[in-house]
Ligand binder design. Structure first.
Ligand code: ZN
Length: 732
C-alpha cells in the first residue's frame, strides 16, 4: 500500500510467537465481545479490553498481513446475539476510534487539519456509558428499533421500545420527514443504576459492573414472550396456575418498570428522506424539534484549546452528570467536511472518542481483614490484588461493617468489581458470581480484638459498628490516636509518623497520649528507632535527624490553636468544624470541660450528639489526666490573642473558591483560615465569587473564573490575602 509503507516495520513474515499472540488476542477479544453483547456480563474490565485491543492493533501495524477479515480490528464491536430477530440497519453504524491521552487527541487534530487545510468547527458532546440503538421513524411513527449489533445487523427490539418513556412512538412535528433513522444511546441514570444493583444484590445475583451493562441487560428481555407466557398462565384456573401467573406478573412488572426508567439521548442520523441538513449541530436542532431527546451539554468549538477545555471540564465534572460518562466525543460538525474525511473500514475519520480512565475494574479479593480505629471501632476492609483504577493503584478498600460485607455478598477469594470515582475512596461494588470456583469462603467478623483480645461489642444495642471496649489499654487504639495527634488535620507534627508512633509505644517512652509532650532527648536515646550509631570521634548513640525534627515540632505544636488541640484529642464526632465552633465560643479547654451538654449543644455548628460526646469524654478520669499531662508539658489549651475571634476580618463579606493545592495548607485548613477572616468559602465559581484562589493543578474552575472575569489569586499569595485582603493582593 503506497503511502502507508512507513507503518510497516518489517517486510519479513512474523515469527511464530507473534502469530501465536495474535491469535490469542483475537480469541480473547472476540469472547470478551460476545460476553459484552450477548450475556451483559463483562468477562474482563474495560481497560483490559482496551489494552488487548491496542496490543492487537500494534501487532497488526508491524505485521499487516495478520490483519485479516477475522480480526476484531476489521469489524465493529459486538456480535449479534441469538435471542432477538436480526434486523439490517438502513445505513451502517460505525464505531469510533479512541484517544486515551492528549498526544493521541493531538494526532487526530493534526490529521484533520492536514486533510482539510484547517481545523474546522468541532462538535463536542459527553460520551454516555450506555447501549447504542438505531430507531427508524417512517412518516413520523416509530417503525423499528434495533441494537447496534455488528454495525450492519442488529437485534430487533421494537417491541420493548414502547416501554421506554424517553423514546416517542410518534414524532411531534406537524409534517414529519418521510424517513429518518436516528442513532443514540439508551442509558440508566446513575441513581437508577444504584437502585438496580441493590435489587440485584438483594436477590443474590452479580451486580452490574456499570450502567451500560445494566441498560443492556434491561433491554435484552423478550417482553413479547413474557407477555404471552403470562397470558397462558392466566388461562390456567388452578391453584398452581394462579400462583404461577402471580409470579410472572411480578416479574413482568419489574421488567417493564426497569425499561420505563431508561433514558435516551440521540447522537446522529443514518438514512433520511425529506430532510435537508448540513451539519451535526443542525441534526440535533432538528431532532429536538421532532421531540427526540438530545444532549443539553453539546457545544461547537472552533479551536483545539476550546476542545481541550471541554474535555477537562467534564473530566472534573464527570459525576455531576445524571448518567455515567466515559469520555467526550469530538465530531467535525459540517457534513461536507465529514464526507471529505471519510471512513476507514472500522471508524469514521471525522470523529474521535476521548476516553477518560476507567473507574471500574476487576480484581481478586484476597482477604478481608479488620482494623481497630482510634475510637475502638472495628472495621473490616478488603485486601485485593493491586490494580490500577482511575489513575492510582489500589489494594485496599473499606467495607465499613459486617452488614455491608453481607449486603455486598462478597466471599474471600472472589473476583470483585472495584470502583474508584474521582477523589472518592475506592469501593468494592460486588462479586462476579459467575467466576466462582467453589474455593471461596465467607468472612466472619472476629469476636475478639485482634490486638488486645478483649471481647468486641457494639457500644449500644442495635449499633451496626462493633468496638473494642478496651479504650485505655488497647495498643491498636493507642497507636491510632497517637498517629492522629500528629496528622495534618490535627497538630501536624512532622517527624511523628506511623512508624515513630509505633516505636514510641514499643519502647515504652509513651504509654498513653498524655506522655507525648513530656518526652525529651534523653528519653528518645533509650529507643533504638530514634538513635543511630556514633560517627567517628563521637561517643554513645546519637539522635537521628528525624528524632530531632520530631522534638522540634512537638515544641512548636504546644502553642497551636485550641481547635487543633480539640481535634487532636480524638473526641468522638469532633472534627475541624465542630472544634472551631467550640474554640470560638469557649476559648479554653477549662471552659469546655465545665460546660453542660445543653450549653455545648446550643453552640452554632455543635448540636446534641457532639455536645453529649464532649461531656462523656471529659467524664473519663484518664482523659482528664491527658489534659493535665499536656499542660504540665507546656501545651497551651486556650486561644489568646491569636484566637479565631480576634483575627482581622480582612475578607468579611467575600465569597471565595479555592482550587488546586495551596502551599502550607490542607484544603480544610485553607477553608478554615479564610472562614476565620470572614469569608464564605464555596465549591464552584459563579458571578457571585469574589475571587478564586488557584494553586497547582487548578482545573476548569480557573477557566471558569477567567471567562467570568473573577479575580484569580495565585496560591502563593494566599497568606497575603488572609492578612491584608484582596485589594492588597491585586495591587501586587
Ligand atoms: Zn483492642
Amino acid at each position: 500500500m503506497p503511502g502507508e509503507s512507513d507503518e510497516v516495520s518489517s517486510a519479513s513474515a512474523p515469527d511464530a510467537s507473534v502469530r501465536e499472540r495474535w491469535s490469542e488476542l483475537v480469541d480473547l477479544i472476540n469472547s470478551a465481545r460476545a460476553a459484552y453483547y450477548q450475556a451483559e456480563r463483562p468477562t474482563i474490565a474495560d481497560d483490559e479490553y482496551d489494552q488487548l485491543f491496542r496490543e492487537l492493533e500494534e501487532i497488526e501495524r508491524a505485521n499487516p498481513e495478520l490483519a485479516s477479515g477475522e480480526s476484531p480490528t476489521q469489524t465493529v464491536g459486538g456480535e449479534r446475539a441469538e435471542m432477538f430477530e436480526p434486523v439490517n440497519h438502513l445505513v451502517r453504524l460505525y464505531s469510533l476510534d479512541n484517544a486515551f491521552d492528549e498526544d493521541e487527541l493531538e494526532a487526530w487534530f493534526d490529521r484533520v487539519d492536514k486533510a482539510l487545510g484547517a481545523v474546522p468547527p468541532l462538535l463536542c458532546e459527553v460520551k454516555i456509558d450506555g447501549l447504542a440503538v438505531d430507531l427508524v421513524y417512517r412518516d413520523g411513527m416509530l417503525a423499528s428499533a434495533a441494537t447496534r449489533g455488528d454495525g450492519i445487523t442488529g437485534e430487533d427490539i421494537t417491541y420493548n421500545m414502547r416501554f421506554i418513556e424517553a423514546i416517542p412512538e410518534k414524532l411531534t412535528a406537524k409534517k414529519p420527514p418521510k424517513l429518518v433513522e436516528i442513532r443514540g444511546e439508551v442509558f440508566l441514570s446513575t441513581q437508577r443504576f444504584e437502585e438496580v444493583n441493590e435489587e440485584q444484590m438483594a436477590a443474590g445475583a452479580t451486580p452490574f459492573a456499570n450502567p451500560r451493562n445494566a441498560a443492556s441487560g434491561t433491554i435484552r428481555q423478550r417482553m413479547d414472550k413474557r407477555w404471552e407466557e403470562l397470558q397462558s398462565a392466566r388461562a390456567v384456573d388452578t391453584d398452581r396456575g394462579r400462583a404461577r401467573a402471580e409470579r410472572l406478573e411480578r416479574d413482568y412488572a419489574l421488567a417493564s418498570g426497569r425499561l420505563a426508567a431508561l433514558g435516551f439521548t440521540a447522537h446522529g442520523v443514518g438514512a433520511r428522506e425529506g430532510i435537508d441538513i448540513g451539519s451535526q449541530s443542525e441534526v440535533y436542532a432538528l431532532l429536538a424539534d421532532l421531540g427526540i431527546p438530545v444532549s443539553s451539554r453539546m457545544a461547537v468549538h472552533s479551536t483545539r484549546d476550546e476542545v481541550r477545555e471541554y474535555i477537562a471540564y467534564y473530566a472534573e465534572h464527570r459525576h455531576d452528570v445524571e448518567h455515567e460518562i466515559d469520555g467526550v466525543v469530538v465530531k467535525v460538525d459540517d457534513f461536507a467536511a465529514q464526507s471529505e474525511l471519510g471512513e476507514t473500514s472500522r471508524a469514521p475519520r471525522w470523529a474521535i472518542a476521548y476516553k477518560y480512565p476507567p473507574e471500574v475494574v476487576r480484581t481478586r479479593l484476597v482477604d478481608i481483614a479488620v482494623n481497630v480505629g482510634r475510637t475502638g471501632r472495628v472495621t473490616p476492609f478488603a485486601v485485593m490484588e493491586p490494580v490500577r483504577v482511575a489513575g492510582s493503584t489500589v489494594s485496599m478498600a473499606t467495607l465499613h461493617n459486617q452488614y455491608e460485607v453481607q449486603r455486598k455478598g462478597v466471599l474471600i477469594g472472589d473476583m470483585v468489581f472495584l470502583r474508584k470515582a474521582g477523589d472518592v475512596i475506592p469501593e468494592v461494588i460486588g462479586p462476579v458470581v459467575e467466576a466462582r470456583t467453589g474455593n471461596e469462603h465467607a468472612f466472619t467478623m472476629p469476636t475478639q480484638c485482634p490486638e488486645c483480645g478483649t471481647s468486641l461489642r457494639p457500644e449500644r444495642e442495635g449499633d451496626k459498628d462493633i468496638r473494642c471496649p478496651n479504650t485505655v489499654g488497647c495498643p491498636a487504639q493507642l497507636r491510632e490516636r497517637l498517629f492522629h495527634v500528629a496528622s495534618r488535620g490535627a497538630l501536624d507534627i512532622e517527624g511523628l509518623g506511623y512508624k515513630a508512633a509505633v516505636a514510641l509505644l514499643d519502647c515504652g517512652v509513651v504509654t498513653n497520649m498524655g506522655d507525648l509532650f513530656l518526652i525529651d532527648a534523653d528519653a528518645l536515646l533509650e529507643c533504638p528507632f530514634f538513635t543511630r550509631d556514633p560517627s567517628k570521634g563521637e561517643t554513645g548513640r546519637k539522635l537521628t535527624e528525624n528524632a530531632k525534627t520530631m522534638l522540634a515540632n512537638l515544641e512548636k505544636a504546644k502553642t497551636k490553636p485550641l481547635w487543633r488541640m480539640l481535634v487532636a484529642l480524638s473526641i468522638r464526632h469532633v472534627g475541624p468544624t465542630a472544634a472551631q465552633a467550640l474554640a470560638r465560643h469557649f476559648g479554653s479547654i477549662e471552659a469546655i470541660a465545665k460546660a453542660s451538654a445543653e450549653e455545648l449543644a446550643a453552640v452554632d455548628g455543635v448540636g446534641q450528639v457532639i455536645g453529649e460526646a464532649v461531656v462523656e469524654w471529659f467524664a473519663e478520669a484518664w482523659h482528664r489526666e491527658i489534659i493535665d499531662k499536656w499542660q504540665r508539658g507546656g501545651v497551651v489549651l486556650a486561644d489568646a490573642a491569636t484566637s479565631v475571634e480576634t483575627q482581622d476580618q480582612t475578607l468579611a463579606g467575600s465569597v471565595i473558591v479555592i482550587t488546586g493545592s495551596v502551599p502550607g495548607f490542607t484544603r480544610d485548613e485553607a477553608t478554615a483560615a479564610a472562614a476565620a477572616r470572614g469569608a464564605k468559602v464555596t465549591g464552584s465559581v459563579s458571578s457571585k465569587t469574589t475571587c478564586l484562589v488557584a494553586g497547582e493543578s487548578a482545573g476548569s474552575k480557573l477557566d471558569k473564573a477567567t471567562s467570568l472575569g473573577v479575580p484569580v489569586v495565585p496560591a502563593e499569595a494566599f497568606e497575603v490575602l488572609l492578612e491584608q485582603g484582596l485589594e492588597a493582593v491585586l495591587k501586587g
